[in-house]
Design a protein around this ligand. Structure first.
Ligand code: SME
Length: 156
C-alpha cells in the first residue's frame, strides 16, 4: 500500500486522464467521486460533491456522490459544506459533533473534510465533501492531496 501523498498523486493522475477533454462538469464530478472512493475504500464513508445551484447562488445542491443518502440542499454558511462554500476555504473537521451547525445527513459520520472547487473563472462551482465514521480521519496530507485534485477538476 502506497503512502498517502503517493496515493493522492496516483488518483490525481487517474482523474486527469479520465476527464481530459470532457465538457460536462457532472461527468467530471462523478468520475472523481468514483476514483477517490475506489482508491481509499471504506475509509471514505461518503465521497461526493455539492454544487452551487445556478438558480439559487447562495445554496448548494447535491451532485454526484458515492455513499449513503446525502441531504439534498445546504445553504451557504450552514454546516461544514456551507462553511467551505461561504469562505472559499477547506474545512478540516476532526469531530463533526463539535462543529456548530453541522448537518448530520448520516449519524455515523464523525469527521470530515470539505474542499472548495473553483471554475476556470475563479468562481466557486462546488465543494468536495468526504466523510468518515472515524474521528480525526483526515490530516494535512489529505488536505493537500484533495486540494490538488480539486484545483485540476474544472480547469485541466
Ligand atoms: N456533513 C455535511 C453535510 C453533507 S453530508 O454529510 C453528506 C455538512 O455538515 O456540511
Amino acid at each position: 500500500m502506497s503512502e498517502k501523498p503517493e496515493l493522492y498523486a496516483e488518483v490525481r493522475k487517474q482523474i486527469a486522464s479520465v476527464i481530459a477533454g470532457e465538457t460536462s462538469a457532472t461527468a467530471r464530478y462523478a468520475s472523481a467521486a468514483c476514483l477517490l472512493r475506489e482508491a481509499f475504500g471504506s475509509r471514505f464513508f461518503w465521497t461526493g460533491f455539492y454544487v452551487v445551484d445556478p438558480l439559487k447562488p447562495d445554496e448548494l445542491v447535491v451532485g454526484p456522490y458515492q455513499g449513503t443518502l446525502g441531504c439534498l440542499r445546504i445553504p451557504f454558511g450552514r454546516g461544514v459544506c456551507g462553511a467551505a462554500a461561504a469562505t472559499g476555504e477547506t474545512q478540516l473537521v476532526t469531530d463533526v459533533h463539535a462543529f456548530a451547525g453541522h448537518i448530520a445527513c448520516d449519524s455515523r459520520t464523525n469527521s470530515e473534510i470539505v474542499v472548495p472547487v473553483f471554475g476556470p473563472d475563479g468562481v466557486l462551482a462546488a465543494v468536495l465533501d468526504i466523510d468518515s465514521t472515524e474521528f480525526g480521519a483526515f490530516d494535512l496530507e489529505d488536505q493537500a492531496g484533495l486540494e490538488a485534485i480539486c484545483r485540476d477538476l474544472l480547469t485541466a
